[in-house]
Design a protein around this ligand. Structure first.
Ligand code: OAD
Length: 236
């Protein structure tokens, strides 16, 4: 079991991140104690039906999340990935997170499987970025339809382009590092299986045991911000 990874000896490294990657920055996770879905019923805040029934309530919830995320800062784990990406161009990120923390840390090549809290979408006029703490427009300036957050909510389909892009990275990486996901949501829960089948060494970083732990050749029990600097021998 390698204790230190030398990125130059891999052809591609994929970091696959979940809410635990941002938890250390102070962004609440979804499940477990303090998890968002314990305080808020997703049926009222995070699905198309809820948005159709009460768009203002759903937008208020997402605005609250924007403000909370802006209070948080990237941590040492994010900085390790940035440092690696400055030196090597074969480092990819697939994230389930919508908070934009990777991008704020300067991380590149990020596939956002579940969309972004920082984009809005009109069903007629498309998607655009909106980085302000409160939504710049709640209705489309062109047609006055409600603008919905460009997030993959419960009961939504994943974006097919993102799914294909993620599959390509999984099938062509030789080091796969999963960080801070409870691995309860598909298809993400199957990602270590795909990466391993294609020959990748698979590592899980999580302070808690997960249902998927047996799919990994290497399990690191600890926080992302502590384990990532150790794994790559980067002092940050
Ligand atoms: P979860 O909240 O289900 O799981 C977070 C995981 O992070 C848990 O296994 C924790 O043990 C772990 N964790 C906590 N702190 C950590 C740390 N400092 N370092 C490493 N790991 C840590 O979040 P996800 O698996 O990301 O979807 O949830 C997947 C999806 O379900 C989310 O993207 C969200 C949710 O419904 C949407 O919003 C569309």
């Amino acid at each position: 079991m390698p204790s230190h990874f030398d990125p130059s000896t891999y052809k591609k490294i994929v970091f696959f991140t979940g809410a635990g990657m941002s938890a250390e920055s102070g962004v609440p996770t979804f499940r477990g104690s303090g998890g968002i879905w314990r305080e808020y019923r997703w049926q009222e805040y995070a699905c198309q039906t809820a948005f159709d029934n009460d768009p203002e309530k759903v937008l208020d919830f997402h605005e609250l999340r924007r403000r909370e995320v802006l209070k948080c800062q990237p941590h040492a784990g994010h900085r390790v990935i940035s440092a690696l990406q400055q030196k090597f161009d074969h480092i990819r990120i697939i994230t389930q997170n919508i908070d934009g923390m990777h991008q704020r840390a300067g991380n590149k090549n990020v596939i956002e499987l579940h969309g972004s809290l920082w984009r809005v979408r009109c069903s007629t006029h498309g998607v655009w970025e909106d980085l302000s703490p409160t939504f710049t427009h709640r209705r489309c300036p062109h047609c006055q339809q409600w603008l919905r957050p460009d997030i993959v909510w419960f009961e939504d389909m994943l974006d097919e382009e993102d799914v294909q892009a993620a599959a390509y990275e999984l099938e062509t990486c030789d080091l796969f590092i999963s960080i801070g996901t409870s691995a309860r949501v598909w298809p993400a829960a199957g990602y270590p299986v795909i990466a391993r089948r294609h020959g990748a060494w698979c590592v899980e970083i999580n302070p808690e045991p997960t249902e998927n732990k047996d799919l990994y050749q290497q399990v690191e029990r600890g926080k992302a911000g502590a384990i990532l600097p150790q794994l790559f021998g980067v002092n940050i």
